[in-house]
Design a protein around this ligand. Structure first.
Ligand code: GLU
Length: 481
């Protein structure tokens, strides 16, 4: 039988890291077992669902490389089918109309609260007679449809991550509401637990992998599966993603949407690589930098931890830096160029841009670091105090004069790395000035400070840009000695 897995996001917000990790685990496991990865958009909450969120989720999945195998199913297009199944449950006696008003429910909750009991419906309309139902309807009362939950029933399943799970019927909050309120004999809009079972059955889903916050829903859904005589899929409940304090990662932790990760300069390959290890501890995989395809070979649900997974920014940054370091330089240049373009910066040539990216990438953990680190190559940086002090204390002005004169006398217009090294060596020898002093002085002229990327390689770039002489001259004018 074909193995089929799905992600069933509700488009009520931007694509969230938690949903992305669920998608990833589904995708990886589908690949591992040679199954299909499908999407169902659960857009039946008409107040909160928005088409732009659906678009954002699908684009985010694509960006992460988690492509799906069939046209996504839209739950909102299947409402009449869900209602038909509710009707079936009504007719077979598994469900009934419940006319309890909002007021009555609030009162019940208050009493339960006072007694220290959890909220639970008292199933008061489970056995209404035809006449009683008619009376409520003629009074204009609205009704929901409730699914009967036997208090004594034990629901058991073998969770692929957590092992055997048992739930008691009495702990499921009373008879389950399947549909929203409606007037007369109408059936209101179907709710999550009903729709999800009907749709998973329709899509022939064989494996359900979702967050542990759905465990009690699974217990309820298993009862609906049985009542409708549907074949049960296997269930797996993944651990939640936690912040550094061990609480569920939320908007308060600054970044939770995939767009924000993208904006901050994470590469999709790095993010999926990191997310795979969020709650998954493989027995067999070697190393931590692995492509999605490699991970899918090692991936197994039994290696997913039960405990929540703490989000570790340092590890994510490290993984990202590894991907930046190892990325093909043309590709990286193309990506970084987009960041430069936003700043209004343009590389004088593609070759120059590639050389700059190669120079900087070892010290980048995020793509946006490419902005800060490239800045002195596009804009003239101010001379900082440490630069000023260095030149002052080491007769740096004289060193810069020597370099400038050398370049002008020899009419050096374009300096290669080799030529740059040779230049420093020669000046040092002829004028008996330490190489270190010459290079640091030059660094101040180029970068305004004593830190920055490799000086010789930077010089080649400045020379190609014709800004090395200009920077030296500017420094000679600006420094107060
Ligand atoms: N729409 C549900 C959610 O986003 C789907 C849960 C499920 O996978 O069944 O949480």
């Amino acid at each position: 039988m074909e193995k089929r897995l799905r992600l069933a996001p509700s488009p009520t917000g931007l694509f969230h890291i938690g949903t992305a990790r669920t998608a990833l685990f589904n995708w990886l496991y589908a690949k591992k077992i040679g199954g299909k990865f499908l999407i169902r958009i659960e857009d039946t909450d008409f107040l909160r669902s928005k088409p732009e969120y659906t678009k954002n989720i699908l684009e985010g999945l694509k960006w992460l490389g988690l492509e799906w195998d069939e046209e996504p199913v839209k739950q909102s297009e299947r409402i009449s089918i869900h209602k038909n199944y509710i009707k079936k449950l009504l007719e077979s006696g598994y469900a009934y109309r419940c006319f309890t008003t909002e007021d009555e429910i609030s009162k019940l909750r208050e009493t339960q609260k006072k007694e220290g009991l959890p909220p639970k419906h008292d199933n008061r309309h489970r056995n209404l007679s035809k006449e009683e139902i008619e009376k409520f309807i003629s009074q204009g009362r609205t009704s929901v449809i409730r699914f009967k939950i036997d208090e004594k029933v034990k629901i058991k399943w073998l969770d692929q991550i957590r092992g055997e799970i048992t739930w008691q019927g009495k702990d499921l909050g009373g008879d389950l509401v399947l549909s929203r309120r409606a007037l007369g004999y109408e059936i209101g809009d179907p709710l999550y637990n009903l729709a999800v079972v009907v749709d998973d059955n329709f899509m022939n889903i064989t494996h359900v992998i979702r967050g542990e916050d759905h465990i009690s829903n699974t217990a309820k859904q298993i009862l609906i599966y049985k009542a409708l005589d549907f074949k049960l899929p296997t269930f797996s409940h993944t651990p939640l993603i936690l912040n550094s304090e061990g609480k569920k990662l939320s908007k308060r932790d600054c970044v939770t949407s995939i767009d924000e990760f993208k904006e901050m300069g994470y590469l999709p390959e790095a993010l999926t690589n990191y997310m795979a290890f969020l709650g998954w501890s493989p027995k067999s995989a070697e190393g931590e930098i692995l492509s999605l395809n490699d991970i899918s070979k090692f991936f197994d649900l039994s290696d997913i931890n039960k405990a929540g997974a703490k989000f570790n920014w340092e590890k994510l940054n490290w993984i990202n830096s590894q991907y930046i370091k190892n990325m093909e330089s043309m590709k990286l240049n193309k990506i970084i160029q987009r960041y430069w373009a936003r700043m209004g910066w343009e590389a004088p040539s593609q070759e120059w841009g590639i050389k700059l990216v190669i120079l900087l990438r070892d010290s980048m953990s995020l793509l946006k670091d490419g902005i800060d680190q490239s800045k002195p190559f596009f804009l003239l940086p101010p001379i900082q105090k440490e630069g000023q002090d260095f030149l002052q204390n080491n007769n740096g002005k004289a060193s810069l004069m020597l370099i400038l004169n050398y370049l002008k006398e020899k009419k050096i217009m374009k300096l290669t790395k080799e030529k740059a090294k040779e230049t420093i060596n020669e000046i040092s020898k002829i004028h008996n000035v330490k190489k270190g002093i010459l290079m640091k002085s030059l660094r101040v002229a180029f970068f305004g400070c004593l830190s920055g990327p490799d000086l010789i390689q930077s010089w080649e770039l400045f020379s190609e840009n014709k800004s090395d002489i200009l920077r030296i001259e500017r420094c000679l004018i600006e420094i107060k000695i």
